[in-house]
Design a protein around this ligand. Structure first.
Ligand code: S3P
Length: 183
């Protein structure tokens, strides 16, 4: 997709589970005076079910369909910071749709860091397995090329949350003038 096809109104955060998309996203939204939305939260609100419940009752393909529907809903909105579920941009159509209206940043961390962050959490169905670290390594390997299609990769191990958020807000503002006046 060429930059001519894009009209950037939003900032989307992608990346693996546990990389801090929600925490950083809320902070950046505050700095930019944008609304913060999280695709998993949208799914839970609209279906009235938890993500884990959807995986157990209907399976992952059904979850992915709902996820794509959220991407479709977001395409006509503006001034949003969108935190996306860790598997959302693996679907090329989802990524293409997001890129039409959002600058897409992928947060990045090592498998070990991710494991330490998520090891006591139980709400992520893909990591409820006997060896979560091995699973994280495997999934990161499978997802590597998809994550690299983001507009920017940001290593989230390198600096504190607030610093990452200001950096992102600064970078985002520098992208906006290509298409419209920054807020
Ligand atoms: C998933 C990540 C989760 C959630 C679902 C699947 C994934 O979101 O969408 O459990 O495939 O990586 P977070 O990345 O916000 O944990």
């Amino acid at each position: 997709m060429s930059s001519d096809d894009r009209t950037i109104h939003n900032l989307a955060l992608a990346g693996f589970m546990g990389t801090g998309k929600t925490s950083v996203g809320r902070l950046v939204a505050g700095i930019l005076h944008f609304e913060f939305v999280d695709t998993d939260e949208m799914i839970e609100t609209q279906t009235g079910r938890r993500i884990a419940q959807i995986f157990t009752e209907d399976g992952e393909p059904a979850f992915r369909k709902i996820e794509s529907e959220m991407v479709r809903q977001l395409s006509c909105r503006r001034n949003l910071v969108i935190s996306t579920g860790g598997g959302l941009i693996l679907n090329q159509d989802n990524l293409d749709s997001l890129k039409q209206h959002a600058w897409v940043v992928c947060l990045w961390a090592s498998a070990e860091t991710i494991y330490h962050r998520i090891r006591n959490q139980t709400h992520r169905p893909l990591l409820q397995c006997p060896d979560p670290l091995a699973r994280i390594r495997e999934l990161l390997g499978e997802r590597d090329s998809a994550y690299r299609q983001a507009d920017m990769l940001l290593n989230c191990e390198a600096r504190p949350l607030r610093e990452m958020a200001s950096h992102l807000a600064y970078q985002f503002r520098s992208v906006l003038p290509l298409t419209e006046t920054p807020p």
